[in-house]
Each structure stands twice: as structure tokens, then as C-alpha cells.
Design a protein around this ligand. Structure first.
Ligand SMILES: Nc1ncnc2c1ncn2[C@@H]1O[C@H](COP(=O)(O)OP(=O)(O)O)[C@@H](O)[C@H]1O
Ligand SMILES: [Mg+2]
Length: 284
């Protein structure tokens, strides 16, 4: 098992003494070390970011424990294992990660975390160049990260995480603030990497088209609790998605329309508009 939540609750302290916000309530969740592409969805404030921060020990549970590989993280700070080891294996791409760029050049920025994790300078550089190529931005290596477009900065920040090859990659709204093309490009890079390396990706997103296209498993949070954990087809088949304040993917709205108004009898097995088009050509 890669990451396992056992009866985890998280409380944030409030402004006043003895006041607190419940952000997570009794979460049980198992994430495999390999071959998962999980979307975490739910309305704002439902606990998604808090949940994700427990996956690489950025937060300690208030109750229960989180197992990350062989490390058990408990509410007791002083009893916890070496966090650096966990963070090396579980990479976290924060929301708007480009805000954390700081070095003079792109390549130095990407090498920062690997050097911190004990890579030799030579290896850090070799991996940085490999990652720049993977993201199609090798030409930016010696530029200042502050003279780049928003989409380029996002890619540099992502490269900083991918370059030390974490086993599991966490993404908190990776496409937020990007134009649709930039978002799609980044999603394709993650998805191809997942297919190639079998690494597990866990992503928070509000974009149900992205969820339907890529996620092999969807975890829904609603008001501090997990209310659904399963495949994306079943989530949208009945009112489960509506009850959890989620929108329907565009492709499924079109399938519904074709079935209801045009006499088709299509199922939910097409996950993108392109796939639906191909299906329509077949049945026509
Ligand atoms: N640092 C914090 N201090 C106090 N409350 C917080 C903090 N971060 C989040 N919360 C609260 O915890 C709940 C869950 O927040 P969050 O995990 O950010 O949800 P999401 O990512 O789904 O929007 C919300 O009620 C939010 O207001
Ligand atoms: Mg959030």
C-alpha cells in the first residue's frame, strides 16, 4: 500500500480558545503505490487540500493515523518518522506552484529540491535536463524563472517536483488559472508519465471534463467526509454527483441529449467528445 488513512480526523484551531473547525471527519482511504490516477473532487471547503496535505505529512492528523509507505504518521509530533524521506517519495505540486520559484535560473530552481534530498550536483543537473525535456521546455534552462509566461512558470515549478522522481505525485488543482490548451498540455504530460512509469497520481480538480477523461478512480469529499469512492461512470449515472454539488461532464450532457431527444441508446463509456464522435460514426 502506498498511502493509507485510518480513521483520520483533522481540526484547525479557531481564533478563540477551544474553538475549532472540523476539516476532515473520520477518513478511511487506501491509495495504491502504483497504477492509480485518482481525482479528488468536492465543493470549496469540503476538505480536499487538507486531505492531500496529509498524504505527505505536511500536516499531522488530529485523530487516527496515516501510513505513507512504511511510515506511520500519528498526532504525536515527536514520535513521527523522518519526514524528508516521505517527502522524497511523495511529491506535492501545490496550488499555484509558480509562486514558489525563487532561483536565478530555471535549471537552478529545478535542482534545488533534489540537492536538498541528497542528490549529487551532477545527478540533479542530469535529472533537471531530462525533466525539462519531458515538459518540452528545455530551451528555458538558463532563463530567469521570472521572465516566463504563466504557463511556462507552472511547468518549471512542476519540473522541480518531477525531477527527483517521487513514487507518488500529488497535484492540487494543477490546471487552475491556465488557459484550456495549457491545461490540456499539462494533463497529457501527467497522463503519459503515469502510463509509462505506472506511478500513482492524485489530483484535486473542479473540472469534471478532466475527471472524466483521465481519472481511473474518483474520491468525492462533501463537508469533511468521503461520500463516494469509485469509478467515474457510476458517479454520474444517478444523482450522486448532484447530491455532492458536482457538475456533469460535457460529453455526458451530450450523450443524455442524444438519448433523450434524438432516439439514440448510448452508454457512458465514451469519456471525451472525440470518443463520442467516433462512437457516433460507428452507430450511424
Ligand atoms: N489554515 C486553516 N485554518 C483554519 N481553517 C482552515 C485552514 N485551512 C482550511 N481551513 C478550513 O478547513 C475546511 C477545509 O478546507 P480545505 O481543505 O482548504 O478545503 P478545499 O480544499 O476542499 O477547498 C474549510 O472549512 C476551511 O475553511
Ligand atoms: Mg483546496
Amino acid at each position: 500500500m502506498g498511502i493509507s488513512f485510518q480513521e483520520v480526523s483533522h481540526y484547525y484551531p479557531g481564533v478563540k480558545k477551544k474553538q475549532y473547525t472540523i476539516a476532515l471527519d473520520n477518513i478511511n482511504l487506501d491509495i495504491n503505490e502504483k497504477d492509480e490516477f485518482i481525482a479528488i473532487v468536492g465543493k470549496t471547503g469540503s476538505g480536499k487540500s487538507t486531505l492531500m496535505q496529509h498524504m505527505n505529512a505536511l500536516m499531522l492528523p488530529s485523530k487516527g493515523n496515516v501510513k505513507v509507505f512504511d511510515n506511520v504518521i500519528t498526532p504525536k509530533k515527536n514520535k513521527n518518522p523522518k519526514l524528508k524521506k516521505i517527502r522524497k517519495r511523495v511529491g506535492f505540486v501545490f496550488q499555484f506552484p509558480e509562486y514558489q520559484l525563487f532561483e536565478e535560473t530555471v535549471i537552478k530552481d529545478i535542482m534545488f529540491a533534489p540537492l536538498n534530498f541528497g542528490f549529487s550536483k551532477e545527478d540533479a543537473k542530469k535529472n533537471a535536463i531530462k525533466t525539462l525535456k519531458l515538459l518540452h521546455i528545455e530551451k528555458l534552462a538558463n532563463k530567469s524563472p521570472f521572465n516566463l509566461s504563466g504557463g511556462q512558470m507552472r511547468k518549471v515549478a512542476i519540473a522541480g517536483i518531477l525531477s527527483y522522481s517521487p513514487d507518488i505525485i500529488l497535484l492540487d488543482e494543477p490546471t487552475r488559472g491556465l488557459d484550456p490548451k495549457g491545461g490540456e498540455e499539462i494533463m497529457e504530460i501527467f497522463y503519459n508519465l503515469h502510463k509509462e512509469t505506472h506511478k500513482t497520481f492524485v489530483m484535486i480538480t473542479h473540472d469534471m471534463d478532466i475527471v472524466y477523461k483521465y481519472a481511473t478512480r474518483v474520491v468525492v469529499l462533501n463537508d469533511t467526509k468521503i461520500t463516494y469512492d469509485g469509478n467515474s461512470e457510476d458517479l454520474f449515472k444517478d444523482d450522486t454527483y448532484k447530491n455532492n454539488h458536482l457538475a456533469k461532464p460535457e460529453v455526458l450532457k451530450l450523450v443524455d441529449y442524444l438519448n433523450e431527444k434524438c432516439g439514440y441508446n448510448l452508454d457512458y463509456s465514451t469519456h471525451t467528445l472525440e470518443e463520442l464522435l467516433e462512437k457516433l460514426k460507428e452507430v450511424a
